[in-house]
Design a protein around this ligand. Structure first.
Ligand code: PGA
Length: 253
């Protein structure tokens, strides 16, 4: 079966509840009017908007994802949100390991692996972000950095009793996020081919794997990115804040 192309709108801390619901309603309308069975849209509101967005998307195949979850399952962790609560709120997906969480909230590969375990227990499809910094890219360390970021996450998946419908790995070079820069096509092909081979070799469970790219995906860069064969979809930050821009990206392919 042909995999559908995935578009993940990572709104970060930008959309307020009413904007999020409004966007979701426009997205629902768009999906109902267009023959888009080969496209999978996933919206990532902030925590307080999740249930309202889920309601706004009733009767349409658009996924809802959280942007983060706790690395604990339950307990005295003030301010944290568990994977199980996200499931009950209607999330089918959750982003983990985004570079902003690694940088500003000091999330380690151990913490990210525990989050993945909790998501699998809660039957949520993880969207796992990995990517190298500008310096690591200059030093030609991309693949070794990605491997380091993947080892514990893959171990967590292999040790899990539960398997979700899909696991997405999003390659997001830190230097491409919000900068307007994207990697050359050749580099992307090389990294994504390596990623596909590595995951196939290391992952002992059989589940659908999606390889996403994220970092300055917009109406311009998408024409170049669509030439990269191994990309199954995109994680879109700032260009997903405006419905028209997002729609143009989704409509292009
Ligand atoms: P950007 O963000 O599209 O604004 O570069 C992508 C991301 O951080 O996921």
């Amino acid at each position: 079966m042909k995999k559908s192309r995935i578009y993940v709108a990572n709104w970060k801390m930008n959309m307020h509840l009413s904007d999020a619901v409004d966007f979701a309603a426009q997205c629902k309308n768009f999906m109902q009017k267009n023959n888009t069975s080969e496209k999978q849209i996933i919206l990532c509101p902030s925590f307080p908007a999740i249930t309202s967005v889920v309601h706004a998307l009733e009767d349409v195949a658009i996924g809802v994802s959280a942007q983060n979850c706790s690395d604990h399952q339950v307990g005295a962790y003030t301010g944290e949100v568990s994977a199980q609560s996200l499931r009950e709120a209607g999330c089918s997906y959750c982003i983990v390991g985004h570079s902003e969480r690694r940088k500003y909230f000091h999330e380690t590969n151990e913490v990210i692996a525990r989050k993945v375990t909790n998501l699998l227990i809660a039957s949520i499809n993880p969207i796992i972000c990995i990517g190298e910094t500008a310096q690591e890219f200059k030093d030609d360390k991309t693949l070794s950095v990605l491997e380091e970021q993947l080892v514990l996450v893959i171990k967590a998946i292999n040790e899990s009793q539960e398997m979700p419908e899909s696991i997405s790995f999003a390659y997001e070079p830190v230097w491409a996020i919000g900068t307007g820069k994207i990697p050359d096509q050749q580099i992307l092909e090389k990294v994504l081919t390596w990623l596909a081979t590595y995951i196939k070799k290391e992952l002992t469970h059989d589940t659908t794997i999606h390889l996403l790219y994220g970092g300055s995906v917009d109406e311009n860069s998408i024409t170049q990115l669509m030439n990269v064969k191994s990309i199954d979809g995109f994680l879109i930050g700032s260009a997903s804040l405006d419905f028209q821009k997002f729609k143009n990206i989704v409509s292009l392919l």
